[in-house]
Design a protein around this ligand. Structure first.
Ligand SMILES: Nc1ncnc2c1ncn2[C@@H]1O[C@H](COP(=O)(O)OP(=O)(O)OP(=O)(O)O)[C@@H](O)[C@H]1O
Ligand SMILES: [Mg+2]
Length: 281
């Protein structure tokens, strides 16, 4: 049984088809990236994970249970989605109340809610904003508050749509380090959409590539980012490290592909020791 499974999921917004025969699975502790151009269907897929949208045809199951309008409460306990635009998610008078909204709705007692809210604010470094009105925060602060609100519900799956949009470089680094810890420390599954492929190679175990509502490819970072033609056709950037190695190969440097800084450094050092550094590029 999969934690999340879609089978032949199709969805149309009235007359606009958005997803077609999408087969997607997520397991416990996986880190899954969903990439694709604007309009590829990433947000539409994520809205099925928490039952905001229901398939036009095909199905979605969470822990084997078909998602229907009747079991939405259970589904939202399991899957927490941070939407692309934090304004869609933030509506209380203070940050603290906003983060408390989800856990309170789960019917938890006041003490537990208080504990979860303070823990989530701590994890996302927003404790100092607790009494501020959320609509007056900066974009990046709003994003962190929205993530804290979802985390306070302690879902098994954290879904982030455009996770890093609006965050400054330190905010991006902190969030990536934080997401990296979630599977090991809390047994969580992380599913995220982003246009920043450098973040994908840093974090993802599995990558889904969406094109025009269909799954164009699925595989490991290595399997996906070696498909140069597909990525080029879909307008998806190669991450910096494989791009560097591809450019070197094109200039005749006999160096294998690399997908991480450490891998690249080891290969370049080896190449240099073999006298390659003398070569004209
Ligand atoms: N509320 C809506 N009503 C009608 N069509 C919509 C609606 N939301 C999305 N669409 C259409 O559905 C398709 C998929 O959109 P979706 O928002 O899922 O793409 P996305 O991959 O998240 O794109 P982005 O990278 O821009 O966030 C697009 O053709 C889009 O125009
Ligand atoms: Mg989107």
């Amino acid at each position: 049984m999969h934690l999340i499974e879609t089978r032949y999921l199709c969805y149309s917004y009235k007359t606009t088809p958005a997803l077609w025969h999408v087969n997607f699975t997520a397991e416990r502790k996986q880190k899954i990236a969903v990439i694709g151009a604007n309009g590829a269907g990433k947000s539409t897929l994520f809205k099925h994970f928490c039952g905001i949208l229901h398939p036009s045809s095909g199905e979605i199951r969470i822990r084997g249970e078909l998602v229907t309008k009747k079991n939405l409460k259970e589904v939202r306990k399991t899957v927490g989605v941070v939407f692309q635009n934090p304004d869609d998610q933030i509506f209380s008078v203070t940050v603290e109340q906003d983060i408390a909204f989800g856990p309170t709705n789960l019917g938890l007692d006041t003490e537990t809610v208080k504990h979860r809210v303070s823990h989530a604010m701590d994890l996302l470094s927003v404790s100092h904003l607790a009494s501020r009105p959320p609509h007056q925060l900066s974009g990046g602060e709003k994003k962190r508050v929205a993530i804290a609100g979802v985390l306070a519900m302690e879902p098994s799956v954290l879904v982030l749509d455009e996770a890093t949009a609006g965050l400054d470089p330190k905010g991006v680094r902190d969030l990536m380090a934080f997401l990296q810890r979630l599977p090991e420390e809390f047994g969580m599954t992380v599913i995220f959409a982003t246009h920043h492929t450098d973040l994908v190679i840093e974090l993802a175990d599995i990558v889904y590539v969406l094109d025009n509502g269909t799954v164009a490819a699925v595989g490991s970072v290595t399997e996906i980012f070696s498909q140069f033609e597909l990525l080029d056709r879909l307008g998806i950037d190669l991450p910096s490290i494989p791009l560097l190695h591809k450019r070197l190969q094109e200039r005749g440097v006999p160096i294998p592909m690399a997908y991480s800084v450490d891998e690249s450094l080891a290969l370049l050092t080896q190449w240099n020791h073999q006298g390659g550094g003398q070569q004209e590029l």
